[in-house]
Design a protein around this ligand. Structure first.
Ligand code: GLV
Ligand code: MN
Ligand code: MN
Ligand code: MN
Length: 406
């Protein structure tokens, strides 16, 4: 049997092939960010593996990869996920859905199935927003949720624009943006994903269907003060933006604790110039807020913003709060979920606090998600995992779902 032939394609085998790509020696886990060396290697790997399965891989202008089984066409069944990670992320958030999709195609091919509907596996670009700050960038561009002009001007930590990165990777930045033809071809979308909590551990079940996704936004709080000498500047004469960033962290926690079900996180703070004996001139705190509905997220952010502005005034710093992204709450298509629940023998149905490309697609086409049990319940960290048998059960479930849909 040659490599790439259908019989030797298993989800754990596929994941093992990319286990060394993009390891982060400093943070642990993986750092795979759109069009960096690791992401490019994963794109090549996907292209080789999908082509080996007889799929035709077509990149789109938004950085996404489409692998078609047969000719692209209307009312297509699409499955897939993403290959990028957060900084120091786990091995499965994203790749499990892509590898499971390829393994499912291999199984379906081995049974001699020919899809009656067009069928594709998709890899969405920059789902985590780790390089350019906007989560679900590839699906957001495709659907128009992210404006092309804004996307082109986004910069990474090195100051390189997205337009430059796209051009360096053979994509025409002028062509990125909503693609009604590609979107119009999707009849339904199913994303398999590692669970990002321990619900399935508690329920003793390997696989679940998703019901809903929390509303989710990201804000950048930028405070500008006066850089100065840590020893020579009396405490009462300072304009220290780090105080404002610290207030942001605490206000986020207080506001979320006071709001049932809300979650607020500052996972990243940057300080300029960043010297131990230097009062900073600029501090930025990156705020992530989620809740069951859009209004609650907005209310929590308003609460935090009030506290941050007051801290800025007290400290003599200017404060700017910029919304970087907002994804409304998602309820997955009830009809599709019922249909898949019947096929899967009524697995648990659970909501998720994590964002997904499936959430972006759900506004446009019937969409569903499958979750695979994660024994640690940890995600966006190296401890994320899934047992090999559960990964196989995830593929079993995806195969049954695809058989039902195609
Ligand atoms: C992405 O995984 C997110 O939910 O932030
Ligand atoms: Mn993630
Ligand atoms: Mn993910
Ligand atoms: Mn995500």
């Amino acid at each position: 049997m040659t490599r790439g032939a259908t019989q030797d394609v298993t989800v754990t085998g596929l994941l093992a092939e990319i286990a060394d790509v993009g390891r982060d020696a400093v943070r642990g886990g993986y750092s795979r960010h759109v069009f960096d060396d690791a992401d490019r290697a994963l794109r090549e790997w996907f292209t080789t593996r999908a082509t080996g399965l007889g799929l035709d891989v077509v990149p789109d202008a938004d950085g996404n990869l489409w692998a078609w089984w047969g000719a692209p066409g209307p009312d297509a069944v699409v499955t897939g996920s993403h290959l990028d990670s957060v900084p120091g992320g786990g091995a499965l958030d994203g790749p499990l859905g892509v590898a499971s999709a390829l393994a499912a195609v291999a199984r379906l091919k081995a049974t001699g199935l020919t899809p009656a509907r067009p069928f594709a596996v998709v890899v969405f670009a920059e789902e985590e927003g780790s390089r350019f700050g906007v989560a679900c960038l590839g699906s957001g561009l495709l659907t128009g949720a992210v404006a092309p002009d804004r996307a082109r001007a986004l910069t990474d930590a090195a100051g390189t624009t997205l337009a430059e990165v796209w051009a360096a990777n053979g994509l025409d930045p002028q062509r990125l943006g909503p693609d009604d033809r590609a979107l119009g071809r999707i009849g339904c979308f199913v994303e398999l994903h590692v669970e990002q909590g321990a619900d399935l551990v508690h329920r003793g079940a390997p696989v679940a269907l998703a019901t809903a996704i929390l509303a989710h936004g990201r804000w950048r709080v930028r405070a500008v003060g006066q850089g100065n000498h840590a020893g020579a500047t009396p405490m009462g004469s300072r304009h220290d933006p780090v105080i404002v960033a610290a207030r942001t962290v605490l206000a986020a926690r207080e506001a979320a604790l006071a709001t049932p079900g809300a979650r607020a996180t500052v996972g990243r703070v940057t300080v300029v110039p960043g010297g131990t004996n230097v009062i900073a001139s600029v501090a930025e705190a990156f705020l992530d807020v989620r809740a069951a509905d859009d209004g609650t997220v907005r209310a929590v952010v308003a609460e935090i913003a009030g506290a941050v502005r007051a801290a800025g005034e007290a400290e003599g710093c200017t404060v700017e709060i910029v919304e970087e992204s907002f994804a409304p709450a998602v309820v997955f298509d009830a009809g599709l979920r019922r249909r898949l629940a019947a096929v899967l023998g009524d697995p648990p149905a659970i909501p998720t606090g994590a964002g997904h490309d499936a959430g972006v697609l759900a506004t446009h086409v019937p969409t569903a998600m499958l979750f695979v049990r994660n024994p640690t319940g940890v995600s966006h960290a190296p401890e994320e995992g899934a047992a090999a048998e559960d990964c196989e059960r995830g593929v079993d479930a995806l195969v049954r779902v695809l058989e039902e849909l195609v």
